[in-house]
Design a protein around this ligand. Structure first.
Ligand SMILES: [Zn+2]
Length: 316
């Protein structure tokens, strides 16, 4: 089995694990003979064995362009090896991150256990003890794409991205997968099940998501703001609660229940609603999350590559 087909097999497995990857989020890559094979924008890792999910990028041309600060590196579309790639695929918005790390394999996931720490104000201090012994770095929040690429210095195997997720890099696929598992294990937090679960809550046009029932503190923390990019771009800022919902927001939170999701939600926002509950259920009552600032939200909502990713039909 060559590296790309091995990567596709592993990517499909990672992509089917909702605690690691939700919808078209997350991306994987392998560097092989001058080509960076990276997940295409808007494609789902879960479908890596069913359809073309990886696109070939000319690594030398991309690295040279990064060296001269070429704005074409924002989308990387100009560096696609059309002779190797399926038509119509555009590289992940996080392609430069994959190119910039020297290891052969790079895996980026929106790991729920990682997020349950990485969205907290005291995340770095917590992680310093929990990840002791690993060659890891803390990466303060910065918009994905080129700014994130520039803020990541090679030299580590594990990067925890504040308010975003996890990146691991290794020269073998087995090591990369192992790192994802080790970090997930070390950062695992108990799920605070909602006591009682009064499912008498009902709202026309909504049903309960396949997700944990949220305790009152989890609803309070989750509703107060947005804490990672995919929440914002697929669900909007924060979340409505049963007490304040007006109109028909995509998700409504109520204590004791899983999120109420609108019946017509597409698969991607539905997956993000599940992720929100998976993360919120791991928060403790005294946790202090770091929400996106209004400026951070504005930047994400007006970023062209993100708008493309969100609007691509295959992303939904
Ligand atoms: Zn990401």
């Amino acid at each position: 089995m060559n590296d790309l087909s091995a990567l596709a097999r592993v990517s499909a497995e990672l992509g089917r694990n909702r605690l690691l990857v939700q919808a078209a989020g997350g991306n994987t890559s392998v560097k092989d003979d001058g080509v960076l094979w990276v997940k295409a924008s808007g494609r789902w890792l879960a479908k890596a064995l069913d359809e073309p999910v990886f696109v070939a990028v000319d690594l030398a041309r991309l690295m040279a362009a990064l060296e001269r600060d070429d704005p074409a590196c924002e989308t990387c579309a100009a560096f696609v090896r059309a002779d190797l790639s399926a038509p119509g695929l555009r590289p992940s918005v996080e392609t430069t991150l994959h190119a910039g790390l020297p290891q052969r394999f790079v895996v980026h996931v929106h790991c729920v256990e990682t997020l349950s720490h990485a969205i907290l104000i005291d995340a770095e201090a917590r992680l310093t003890s929990l990840l002791d012994g690993l060659n890891w770095r803390w990466v303060p929040y910065i918009r994905p794409g080129l700014p994130l690429f520039r803020s990541i210095a090679p030299g580590a195997d594990v990067y925890v991205l504040q308010n975003h997720g996890l990146v691991v890099a290794a020269d073998t696929l087995a090591e990369a997968v192992d790192l994802v598992e080790v970090v997930g294990r070390r950062l695992a937090r108990p799920v605070h099940a909602a006591p009682g679960a009064p499912r008498s809550v009902k709202r026309a046009g909504y049903h309960f998501a396949d997700a944990p029932a949220l305790a009152a503190h989890a609803v309070r923390l989750a509703a107060a703001g947005s804490y990672y990019p995919d929440h914002l771009v697929f669900l909007g800022s924060g979340a409505a609660t049963i007490d304040n919902a007006v109109g028909s927001p995509p998700v409504i939170l109520a204590p004791g229940c899983p999120p109420l999701v609108r019946d017509d939600l597409a698969p991607a926002p539905l997956a993000m609603a599940g992720c929100m509950a998976d993360v919120a259920a791991r928060l403790a009552p005294d946790d202090r999350p770091r929400y996106f600032t209004a400026e951070e939200e504005y930047v994400l909502e007006h970023w062209d590559a993100e708008i493309y990713r969100q609007s691509a039909p295959e992303a939904k």
